[in-house]
Design a protein around this ligand. Sequence first.
Ligand SMILES: *Cc1c(COP(=O)(O)O)cnc(C)c1O
Length: 393
Amino acid sequence: MSLSHGRPYLAIPGPSVVPDEVLRAMHMASPNIYRGALHDLTHSLLPDLKWVARTESEVAIYIGNGHTVWEAALLNTCAPGDRVLVPDTGQFCRGWAEMAAGLGLQVDLLPFGDEAPLDPAQVAETLRQDNTHAIKAVLAVHVDTATGVRNDIAALRRAIAETGHPALLMVDCIASLGCDRFEMDAWGVDVMVAACQKGLMTPAGVGFVYFNARADAARGQLPRVSHHQDWRPRVAPDGYWRLFNGTAPTHHLHGLRAALDMMRAEGIEEIWARHAKLAQAVWAALEAWSTQGPLRLNIANRHERSHAITSVVALPDAGLRIQNWTETNAGVTLGIGLGRTPEEGYFRIGHMGHVNAHMVLGVLGVIEAALLAEQISHGPGALSAAAQVISTA
Ligand SMILES: *Cc1c(COP(=O)(O)O)cnc(C)c1O
């Protein structure tokens, strides 16, 4: 017997659950792209996109995914041959580094392993040794969606500032924007990239590059930037089409409008607090399961964990068995262990965006059922520990 019939739940760290409000907003005939309501709607998004990131800086919208904005951010700040420093805390750091290498940049990877955050002091030390200021930018990932680690971006900026090194601080918030506290201006971030399919609850297809005046000055130094990638016309368009350098992503803009309306109604502090609480419930269950058997949280220290995604080690093959069981029998799809073979036993739980208490408790209950069905040994009390956290909301 399968108990999977009912609403399926994709509990992976992006794409995240799309709210019915967003789906309804996208269910429409193609609007006029030349004038009228679509233009007003598009311009209304910009202040809210800045509000989500706590910034007054510019935001350019790109049709594409996270990889698109990784590339766009680099193309507007660095030229082939320039050096960038990448503190490596997981698969997504290495992904951005690869993108940079592919553009002809010289990449210095500073490895911190897959179970720990970056150490700002070591980044600072590397910058101090760079007497000639050859390093143009530090590329940091706020939350690495593979490991579940959350890096302390404010501390990283302070450490960079103490060195007096002029490198730009560029941050990937693709998995954290709208989930974990992020304060672009207060933390001194020069460039930030995000995409719409995680905390912003919209189907994949639109990405964002935020940049401040320092970053735009670096843009000004470049001999050329591809017209299509250039962020300048996208933030100061001499015609509506320039915002996207072509046809607008009409339906995504409508979906995003609905998503941002929901976020405005909830409040950004409240959104961050909800994600923190739900994450604590997930951790409480995992900490209980981990007292016996193969399950273990990938990031040991609570203060270093994402509030949007939890990475679990379940050696040798428990991760795969749990994922298969929950999908086949309970309608819940868990995240795979990224950058790992299935046999390595990792799995990930997404709890980002349009997620509430019953969804998280449902996922945890289903994992418990999988542990029982698959006879994977585990500590007791996980579900009541999670419910205890939720009860104190
Ligand atoms: C999802 C993600 C990406 C990649 O985004 P795509 O839309 O899959 O290209 C990059 N960085 C982080 C931190 C992510 O979570």
